[in-house]
Ligand binder design. Structure first.
Ligand code: TTP
Ligand code: MN
Ligand code: MN
Ligand code: MN
Length: 373
């Protein structure tokens, strides 16, 4: 009934981490549209508009019914003016003009193509766009200016565009565990990211690595990746060293991290049929190879920080962001992938001074509890 629907919308909490946000929900046409506008805003460098559309989309995912009228969102948090226009147009016309315009715009299409390359963020893509780059083929002229990461990203572009299946993720897990266990037999390896949230496919596979003995973790990541490399399984890798000077932002932490591209052996290689070879004698040799390039992220954390790192690397990115905002504003606690810290026992203003903030993290109070993961 409309009364119970009204009640449902009034009970939706404001922070994403206080709501269920199911993968399959009732308002996909609308959330897809809002997420296009969010992406477009981020391509234009507008973080505020990106957040606005992302929050509106996130709220609608938690609705237990399909929207029928824009009236129904009036009590919902974050579903204000601009989002309401989008919602209304989709409900009434099935499409939103602004979304269609954005989707067809050259900037949006180019930025989407360019940022889909491993190693290319919004800032790089936008700079290239302003230099006249519109598509991947235009990048050949930039050749020398590409980073090693971007070169690898382009080289394996087609494979990396395909999503990783759960089954493939399982094969990656065996490969990674094998390499790590050859040095530390009882190392703990946990798959994180989207697969830990139950997604059936992902753009990469993420792992968190830990051990009660911190000594056992020393140099382990580099040794294991070099071991895999020696077996021909590594197409690209870059290890970011552990740092105490992590920024308090949402996207980076200070854990030792390896960003890699792995050659995953195909469970059953797709051989082109003899007929196909007759029609296309020059059939790309690549289609005969028995591996697929897969992006893999490996994160090492001290045992004492395991729960925080696990939470931080499970995602989604928006959930993490909301959880941290909730911690800070509602609980007066600061959360990151290293721990949960009580800021009330300190001058809150220190939070904004990065160096002093690190000092707080070092010297303070809510040290992560030492428990068995
Ligand atoms: P992603 O692998 O980018 O995203 P995902 O696994 O949720 O989805 P996909 O299927 O597309 O791979 O990131 C995994 C999580 O790790 C995400 O919540 C963000 C988080 N994370 C970082 O990416 N970098 C960091 O430095 C920290 C602390 C967390
Ligand atoms: Mn992932
Ligand atoms: Mn992703
Ligand atoms: Mn990842």
């Amino acid at each position: 009934s409309s009364v119970s629907r009204d009640k449902a919308t009034q009970e939706i909490p404001a922070y994403g981490c206080q709501r269920r946000t199911p993968l399959h929900h009732h308002n996909k046409e609308i959330t897809d549209a809002l997420e296009i506008l969010a992406l477009s805003a981020s391509f234009q460098g507008s973080e505020a508009r990106f957040l606005g559309f992302t929050r509106a989309s996130s709220v609608l995912k938690s609705l237990p019914f399909r929207l029928q009228s824009v009236e129904e969102v009036k009590d919902l948090p974050w579903c204000g003016g601009h989002s309401q226009t989008v919602i209304q147009e989709i409900l009434e016309d099935g499409v939103c003009r602004e979304v269609e315009t954005v989707k067809n715009s050259e900037h949006f299409q180019s930025m989407k193509a360019l940022t889909s390359i491993f190693g290319v963020g919004i800032r790089t893509a936008d700079k290239w766009y302003r230099d006249g780059v519109r598509s991947l083929s235009d990048l050949n002229n930039l050749g020398g200016k590409l980073t090693a990461e971007q070169k690898a990203g382009l080289l394996h572009y087609t494979d990396l565009q395909q999503s990783v299946t759960r089954e493939e993720a399982g094969t990656v897990e065996q490969l990674i565990k094998g390499a790590l266990q050859s040095f530390v037999p009882d190392v703990r390896v946990t798959m994180t990211g989207g697969f830990r949230r139950g997604k059936q496919e992902g753009h990469d596979v993420d792992f968190l690595i830990t051990h009660p003995d911190e000594e056992a973790l020393n140099g382990l990541l580099r040794k294991a990746v070099a071991w895999l490399d020696g077996k021909g399984s590594v197409l690209y890798y870059h290890v970011r060293a552990r740092s105490q000077n992590f920024s308090g932002s949402n996207t980076m932490d200070g854990h030792e991290t390896c960003y890699s591209i792995i050659a995953l052996p195909n469970v059953c290689p797709e051989k082109p049929s003899p007929d196909a070879e007759k029609i296309e004698p020059d059939l790309d040799k690549n289609s005969l190879r028995n591996w697929k390039a897969v992006r893999v992220d490996l994160v090492v954390c001290p045992y004492s920080e395991y729960f925080y790192a696990l939470l931080g690397w499970t995602g989604s990115k928006h959930f993490e962001r909301e959880l941290r905002r909730f911690s800070l504003h509602v609980k007066k606690m600061s959360l990151n992938s290293h721990g949960l810290f009580d800021i009330q026992k300190n001058a809150t203003t220190l939070l904004h001074r990065r160096r002093r903030y690190l000092h707080i993290l070092d010297s303070h109070m809510c040290r992560p509890p030492r428990e068995t993961p």
